[in-house]
Design a protein around this ligand. Structure first.
Ligand SMILES: Cc1ncc(COP(=O)(O)O)c(C=O)c1O
Length: 403
């Protein structure tokens, strides 16, 4: 937040002021016990978060990126196998797969949900891959590499459409690891099983980030894996701790990817408020929808599919002239963000994958138009009206100009 920003994009000061006494007592407890890494505070958080996600296990790690990488490794993804994800996500989703040794394939997103389009996934698996009898695996025709896993991303707090993704994964014997880094507490209605499921409970495992600005954020770096598979949980515990289940007995090479005790203690305190904060985000999102309801063109507001109960990590609109809207709002002291302006397949880091402009038209169109408006549980009604009015003023002036 800068001094000139009247309405920040994200307020991380107020919630910490509100919880200051409880947060400080956690730090005191850690100092008194000199317990800084692992231990009871981590275990307490892991139990509470597993319960929140309706999973049997949760393993705390150092970041969401570690969580994704460790989950893929623990699920058995091998060097040279292919991991499928979307180009419209934070780079960590793809980095984790590459760093686990996998090769990447992107499939496009759906224009309305901004999450993996199951039809594009089906097209890739059925048109570009074939079953290799000698290996007993689905293999990409071009690179002759086996397909190992799918990583759907529950972006902006909305879940991907998991039924068809899980069905395709089951049919082709592929692992599903959910990237739940932006969707703590989101829910998905499985039409197949007629039941609501928590994000993070549907794949073989799921990765969460507790980066400070997330719906559940630490006061530093932190992440977690959730799973119902005991062997996955045990394997991740080893990977996060140098490949050891017993001190100085290393069954494999692992990482230093443990969760700090103080961060875990702070997360336990904040977790008690998460359901209420998520409800506030949902209410704010619906209010934004209402405030924008009378603008009939020039703006696309987020659409919550009938099968998701979103937790609005971000409130992302689309306008044709994104940078001009950002400047207009900045002049009024309103902070905004763009998540994410350059699709992964067009990033220099992934030039080697051989993708080019035009390969993922939905992602490219969306990336050029998105703007994230202020969204945090403590956003005040008058602030929200100001954001909406300033946005509408811009959009209607643009429509006037083009007539
Ligand atoms: C979709 C997504 N995946 C992965 C990550 C990585 O999480 P972390 O920053 O905790 O490593 C993030 C965090 O920004 C994210 O938004």
């Amino acid at each position: 937040m800068t001094n000139t920003t009247k309405i920040p994009f994200l307020d991380l000061i107020t919630p910490h002021q509100e919880l200051e006494t409880e947060l400080l007592s956690v730090a005191k407890k850690a100092f008194q016990a000199a317990g800084f890494i692992g231990g009871p505070m981590v275990e307490e958080f892991e139990c509470a978060f597993a319960k929140f996600c309706d999973t049997k296990y949760c393993v705390g790690v150092n970041s969401g990126t570690d969580a994704l990488r460790f989950a893929l490794m623990a699920a058995g993804v091998q060097r040279g196998e292919i991991v499928i994800t979307v180009p419209h996500t934070f780079i960590a989703t793809a980095e984790a797969a590459s760093q686990a040794g996998a090769s990447l394939t992107f499939v496009d997103i759906h224009e309305e949900t901004y999450t993996m389009d199951p039809e594009k996934l089906r097209e890739y698996l059925e048109r570009d891959c074939e079953f290799d009898r000698s290996r007993g695996r689905l293999v990409e025709k071009l690179r002759k590499q086996p397909i190992a896993a799918i990583v759907p991303v529950h972006l902006y707090g909305q879940t991907a459409d998991m039924d068809p993704i899980l069905e395709l994964a089951g049919r082709h014997n592929l692992i599903v690891i959910e990237d739940t880094c932006q969707a703590h507490g989101a829910e998905y209605f499985s039409k197949k099983d007629r039941v609501w499921r928590k994000a993070g409970s549907m794949g073989r495992a799921a990765a969460f980030s507790f980066y400070p600005g997330k719906n559940l954020g630490a006061c530093g770096e932190a992440g977690a894996i959730t799973t119902n598979d005991e062997s996955m949980a045990e394997k991740v515990k080893m990977i996060r701790d140098h490949g050891q289940a017993k001190k100085y007995h290393h069954d494999m090479e692992g990482y230093n990817g443990r969760l700090d005790s103080i961060q875990a203690g702070w997360l336990t305190v904040k977790l008690r408020h998460l359901a209420k904060w998520n409800e506030s985000r949902r209410a704010l999102a619906h209010r934004y929808h209402e405030l924008f309801d009378d603008v009939k063109e020039g703006i696309v507001v987020p659409r919550e599919a009938s099968w998701t109960k979103g937790v609005y990590h971000l409130y992302v609109i689309r306008v044709p002239d994104r940078e001009a809207l950002q400047s207009h709002l900045a002049e009024a002291g309103i902070g905004t963000g763009v998540h994410y302006p350059i699709p992964l397949h067009l990033q220099r880091a992934y030039r080697g994958l051989g993708y080019e402009k035009g390969n993922f038209p939905v992602t490219e169109r969306v990336a050029a138009e998105i703007v994230s408006l202020p969204m945090f549980p403590q956003l005040q009604p008058m602030q929200q009206v100001e954001v909406a009015n300033r946005t509408k003023e811009f959009v209607t002036s643009k429509i006037g100009d083009s007539r």
